[in-house]
Design a protein around this ligand. Sequence first.
Ligand code: 5GP
Ligand code: MG
Length: 177
Amino acid sequence: MEQTILLTEEEMRRALERLAYQVLERHGDCAGLVLVGIQRRGADIAARLGRIIAERLGCALTSGALDINLYRDDWTTLSAKPAIGPSDIPVDLDGRDVLLVDDVLFTGRTIRAALEALLDYGRPRRVELLVLVDRGHRELPIHADYVGRAVNTGRNEQVDVLLRERDGRDEVLLSSH
Ligand code: 5GP
Ligand code: MG
């Protein structure tokens, strides 16, 4: 197995700072903004961004989480089906700006399912997407508005997102088998 480092701990820290600033640049005081992380690592990343933004603004953002998992045998399966688990969205999304957050964007099917799941919570004014890594290979017309790191990957490669709170250290690796 070959592995290359896509983001070191320091690069991940800087990427998250930059992403938080980009969100602040577009959303000003972030009034009406709701962060929705996709379980599990998307929710971890959303929580980190929320903390950075809250420090800058001096106020907390509303946040929630969606549990969406793709059932597929491996990353190369074309017809992956999203399984929608329990959601935790504490507010009515009518008229709000929603920022969906995920660790890796690949085919776009998870985000498509997330957009559908959001409909149960009202009609947002706008929905944006932030991902730590865009690894390409989209199968749907979905793109991210904020990207930590875009990288060309092979279908049989995999991005390993390691997060301190879950994996004991911050690092993003590209591995091929
Ligand atoms: P998509 O639905 O866009 O095909 O895949 C995105 C979802 O699958 C994300 O929730 C992400 O966590 C996971 N995913 C897809 N490819 C990778 C990958 O290479 N590494 C990791 N860690 N997750 C991936
Ligand atoms: Mg995921």
